[in-house]
Design a protein around this ligand. Structure first.
Ligand code: NAD
Length: 333
């Protein structure tokens, strides 16, 4: 197994080393291929990611990724969007699950949901023109893209509560009618109990009644926004992992970005990225991945907690404590 490890920019450079410590604690035969990509490299060299880097990534089986700063410069091409397209990582799976003892903005912990975000189309098509008086971006919805993301969400729903919510804005965006119709047809064909919601009322409903939802399928931009919003439900953006899955490759990254406001201070919460390691292990079929949940529960209970959750521990202290627990537990098995 070959794993590309991309720290990226800002806090990506702080959280990835902690997640790698936890991965190493499993003692698996994984060849790690470090790659320096992103905005810092673009500033130094004028290239954020070369064709050679992309080939190296394609020779790996999976990617562990921190975060990259994306600037609104027309000459700067988003590394992340390029990788998602090139590797055909069409499904972005974002579990929103409360952690023991951590209460989010609404004060509730009676929910456990997953956002399945279409990852290659919608408003992230990259087909756009920027002008002095008019700028536009093409929003692409295809039958094929909608079918495969709907099928992915249905498979996940089957393993969970057989329940799916399709989130769209088809009353205004005519392109979403295709997405909605295809998702409905796919859910029917899979025998899934489904309903649909307009994205604006969904945002409200998720804040008021997150317990009503299980698997949510939606388009690219809506999934991006709803998942950051749902991070407030679990208490911090530093707690939400994600997996980008395609036919051949898998790419694991926290939902958060490079957080320039806290970068370099050693206080970023590494738990989202450590949970990405858990998702990577599950994707590999490693049955011991559950020990990561136990380790995080123990570390939170001991109040080894970063400032986003109200305490003073550092990124490294949290990473060390989780890795230590994992190592000790696995030794006892
Ligand atoms: P952000 O997610 O980086 O930060 C939003 C807020 O959450 C900040 O206050 C930050 O301090 C906090 N936060 C985020 N992660 C945290 C963590 N692990 N621990 C504690 N607090 C955390 O979003 P932003 O500030 O809007 O974006 C910064 C840059 O990151 C932008 O250039 C954006 O384009 C980029 N970005 C990259 C990715 C990615 O690479 N996957 C995702 C989102 C944003």
């Amino acid at each position: 197994m070959k794993l590309a490890v991309i720290e990226g920019d800002g806090i990506g450079r702080e959280v990835i080393p902690e997640a790698v410590k936890v991965l190493d604690a499993f003692g698996l035969d994984i060849e790690k291929v470090p790659l320096e990509l992103g905005y810092a490299r673009w500033e130094k060299t004028g290239t954020a990611m070369s064709g050679k880097d992309l080939k190296t990534i394609k020779r790996c089986d999976a990617v562990l990724f921190g975060a990259i700063t994306t600037v609104p410069d027309p000459n700067y091409k988003s590394v992340l969007l390029t990788i998602r397209k090139e590797l055909n990582l069409y499904a972005n799976i974002r579990p929103i699950k409360p952690l023991p003892g951590v209460i989010g903005i609404t004060g509730r912990s009676d929910f456990n949901l997953v956002i399945v975000r279409e990852n290659t189309e919608g408003l992230y098509s990259g087909i756009e023109e920027v002008g002095p008086d008019i700028s536009w971006t093409k929003r692409i919805i295809t039958r094929k893209g909608s079918e495969r993301i709907a099928a992915c969400a249905c498979k996940l729903a089957k393993k969970r509560k057989n329940k799916l919510t399709i989130v769209h804005k088809s009353n205004v965006l005519k392109s979403d009618k295709l997405f909605l119709d295809v998702c409905r047809q796919t859910a029917s064909a899979h025998g899934i109990d489904y309903s649909d919601m307009l994205v604006d009322s969904m945002a409200y409903s998720l804040m008021m009644h997150p317990e009503k939802y299980d698997v949510i399928v939606t388009t690219n931009l809506f999934g991006d926004i709803l998942s950051d919003m749902c991070a407030a439900l679990v208490g911090s953006l530093g707690l939400v992992p994600s997996a980008n899955i395609g036919e051949k490759y898998a790419f694991f990254e926290p939902v958060h970005g490079s957080a320039p406001d806290i970068a370099g201070k050693g206080i970023a919460n590494p738990i989202a990225t450590i949970l990405c390691v858990k998702m990577l292990l599950e994707w590999m079929g490693e049955t011991r991945s559950q020990v990561i949940d136990d380790a995080i529960a123990e570390v939170l209970q001991k109040k080894i907690i970063t400032p986003d959750l109200g305490a003073k521990s550092s990124t490294i202290e949290v990473g060390n404590a989780v890795a230590e627990y994992v190592k000790n537990s696995l030794m006892q098995e």
